[in-house]
Design a protein around this ligand. Sequence first.
Ligand code: BDR
Ligand code: CA
Length: 311
Amino acid sequence: PRKIIIDTDPGQDDAVAILLALASPEDVEVLGITAVAGNVPLPLTQKNARIVCELAGKPDTRVFAGCDAPIARPLVTAEHVHGKTGLDGPDLPDPVMALQDQHGVDFIIDTLRNEPEGTVTLCPLGPLTNIATALQRAPDIATRIAEIVLMGGAYFEVGNITPAAEFNIYVDPEAAAVVFACGAPITVMPLDVTHKALVTAERNNTFRALNTPVGLAVAQMTDFFERFDKEKYGSAGAPLHDPCVTAYLIKPTLFTGRHINVEIETQSALTLGMTVADWWRVTDRAPNATFMGDIDAQGFFDLLTERLARL
Ligand code: BDR
Ligand code: CA
């Protein structure tokens, strides 16, 4: 299995991404989960990460709290999408498992230094503050990263928090710029892909029909999360953004994309946080990321359902 660190701001879709990873030990070994401020403030994201580990029946998973605010800006949150707790929908108990004492950024640095070079994959599902802070504090880790597989950005689908920017990149564009320039192999799941991973009514029923606490919680989470996208975009269901990252680690052939140059806008008030993706390769800027463009949505849901049924 690939060794991974999940960096996350749960978030219903983050929760499903974590569940998929914890259900798939033959494909991924979760070394730890680092929480970051994003959808809701850090005290809630670190707590939600622990709630999800307990829901999965994996209370031994190590959860660390990372940065509580972006590198250079005040935090922007998304309660309008995820609810007041960040995990609205199901009624899940407060976690009993402890939060680790170590800071999330230190855990990322230590893990990359202690594990053999090129064996640890980072999976950011929220703003890139923790990852960028680790890279700034310990530049030697960049060449030790196997791959960064992240959810963020958009090209044809442009923005969901501003007309030009996707939420994770917009919240901490300076951090995103550090990550995209770090030289490690990067794979990006942008809105172009995740807006195709929709939980339709039929798929929601499939989760519910698992008839397990996990199946029910996932159905209730996606029910809640769906409201925003339905009203806003007339979308046919809740987009499972972050689970695309963990699904890619398990079955990369579900996705297709292009190895291209992606730069982050950090200056313009109008387009702050835009992922300027050279999809048509019209510049000679060197490719720094594999930017996904399409997904086999039914294959993705079949995998997700099969794996969630194990928990
Ligand atoms: C991203 O923003 C968050 O609201 C979701 O959890 C996802 O990571 C989608 O833009
Ligand atoms: Ca997220």
